[in-house]
Design a protein around this ligand. Structure first.
Ligand SMILES: [Zn+2]
Length: 109
């Protein structure tokens, strides 16, 4: 039986592919067979990959922060527009009250 290929995400072997037991993710069933598909990266390569991983994590954090910020701004904008509508509604009601009978039709004789 052909062993499936996996990708390692441990710091020592970031992105390095290997063939592993089909039960690799189930510790109880796994026979612990594995064979590297890719050669090991040199130390400088590992350093760079780790640094990029760190930057990716940071960018992900920033993206989450800005998404939350955008959501808050959107809610503030909705609240602002809503408050304006309520204010305008109150102003119009006052105006209608002040103009007497709102049911008067100018077309009637
Ligand atoms: Zn196995």
């Amino acid at each position: 039986m052909m062993a499936p290929r996996w990708t390692s995400w441990t710091n020592a072997n970031l992105g390095r592919r290997f063939y592993g037991c089909p039960n690799y993710k189930d510790r109880a069933k796994c026979c612990k067979f594995y064979l590297w598909h890719d050669p090991s990266l040199c130390d400088r390569g590992k350093e760079i990959v780790l640094e990029l991983k760190g930057r990716e994590k940071l960018l992900h954090k920033e993206a989450t922060f800005w998404k939350r910020k955008a959501l808050i701004l959107k809610q503030n904008a909705v609240d602002f527009v809503e408050a304006g509508i309520i204010e305008e509604n109150a102003r119009l009601k006052k105006k209608v009250k002040g103009s007497g009978n709102i049911y008067t039709c100018n077309a009637l004789p």
